[in-house]
Design a protein around this ligand. Structure first.
Ligand SMILES: Cc1ncc(COP(=O)(O)O)c(C=O)c1O
Length: 376
């Protein structure tokens, strides 16, 4: 048997800013005596992110979930919103927190994204929007989704939590839809420890989002609507400013790790690795395999458990499906009969460790262990 890793090898490791540069930023914040409430660091971060992402307008928030909840308010969504079950809980939850009913649509087997061919039959007189997710940073079929939205007068709110820096035909991912949400959680390729952003094409949307993240306050004596506290603070904004300088290098490093994984794992029967999509600049934020039990000799769950024995902490993103959570399983759209691909894929996928500081021999060892488990 191959030796397990001496310490847990986690699914990812956060990118960290240079500690001396961070100290310099802290000195600036200390001197300003302002820690929150839209200070200079937050304003600087919003400018830098708008440039980096090529976004018309952008606002940062305390986390991606709050950003998504507020995006629903900004777009005045109500009734029903069509989304995917193959995503993190926050996607559907942000709808329910706005008294909106999630309507789950099945996914494509190759991209894991919402299948646009199945959206139209789910549209009713109560539908106000489509909320697709660029799962694992792979862009949805953005043009087709927009055509459907235009035909029925629906808004499109993208959960782009995983898609930081992704481009489609050279266009930034935030060019598509009415609003896109990016998560800046520490597990994401780019982060502010906790945090998130919305990108907008309409300046009025930014104005309203900025007010909603600050309790709905428009001016000192004018509270327009019941907002919440969704503000990012100055210290986290400083982390974001510094990490923006490192993210391109991180993407490059992850691309190399991804290619090495693919090269080795493609020779193991029953393991399918993801492929780069045509005309897409990927961000390599996740490395996902599909396990075919008959060919590999073990199910995804068995492989997950065995990897644990070797101290390799993989993740079953996204199992269970949102449609199978106790809080959503009774929705009419949660039936396994109407979500066959999502239910099948959720039992097969496994995300393997990936971050820019991984060494070639880490990847080789993880792959050798996956091979040994197959041959066992
Ligand atoms: C697809 C998706 N949507 C929404 C979120 C919520 O983002 P946050 O953790 O920043 O609240 C996450 C992530 O963590 C996510 O993966």
């Amino acid at each position: 048997m191959l030796e397990p890793f001496a310490k847990p090898f986690y699914i990812t490791q956060p990118l960290l800013p240079d500690i001396d540069e961070f100290n310099e930023m802290l000195k600036v914040i200390w001197a300003s005596k302002q820690l929150s409430n839209n200070g200079n660091m937050v304003k600087q971060l919003e400018r830098n992110l708008s440039d980096f992402l090529n976004a018309d307008y952008l606002s940062v928030f305390s986390n991606g979930t709050v950003a998504l909840q507020l995006a629903c308010k900004v777009l005045r969504l109500s009734g029903e919103v069509i989304t995917t079950p193959f995503t993190f809980a926050a996607t559907a939850h942000s709808l329910v927190w706005n008294n909106i009913k999630p309507v789950f649509c099945d996914i494509e087997e190759d991209s894991y994204n919402i299948n646009p061919d199945l959206i139209e039959p789910l549209i009713t007189e109560n539908t106000t929007a489509i909320m697709p997710v660029h799962v694992f940073g792979n862009p949805c079929k953005v043009e087709i989704i927009q055509q459907i939205a235009d035909k029925y007068g629906l808004k499109v709110l993208y959960d782009a939590a995983h898609a930081f820096g992704v481009k489609v035909d050279g266009k930034p991912i935030s060019d598509f839809g009415d609003i896109s949400m990016f998560s800046f959680h520490a597990t994401k390729i780019y982060h502010t420890i906790e945090g998130g952003a919305l990108t907008f094409k309409d300046p009025h949307f930014k104005e309203r989002a900025d007010s909603l993240r600050n309790f709905g306050i428009r001016s000192l004596e004018n509270v327009m609507e019941p907002g919440t506290n969704g503000k990012l603070n100055e210290i986290q904004a400083a982390v974001g400013i510094l990490l923006l300088k490192q993210v391109e290098e991180e993407i490059k490093a992850r691309q190399e790790i991804t290619n090495l994984y693919r090269q080795i794992l493609n020779d193991i029967p029953g393991i399918t690795t993801s492929k780069d999509m045509d005309a897409i600049s990927h961000n390599y934020s996740y490395f996902v395999i599909k396990v075919n039990k008959d060919e590999y000799g073990h199910s995804r769950d068995e492989l997950f458990d065995k990897l644990m024995e070797y101290n390799i902490i993989a993740r079953k993103y996204f199992y269970p499906l949102c449609s199978n959570f106790p809080c959503y399983m009774n929705l009419p759209s949660s039936s396994k009969l109407t979500l066959p691909i999502a239910n099948k894929v959720a039992d097969m996928v496994l995300s393997l460790p990936l971050h820019g500081r991984m060494q070639k021999n880490d990847v080789e060892k993880i792959c050798a262990i996956i091979k040994a488990i197959h041959e066992d």
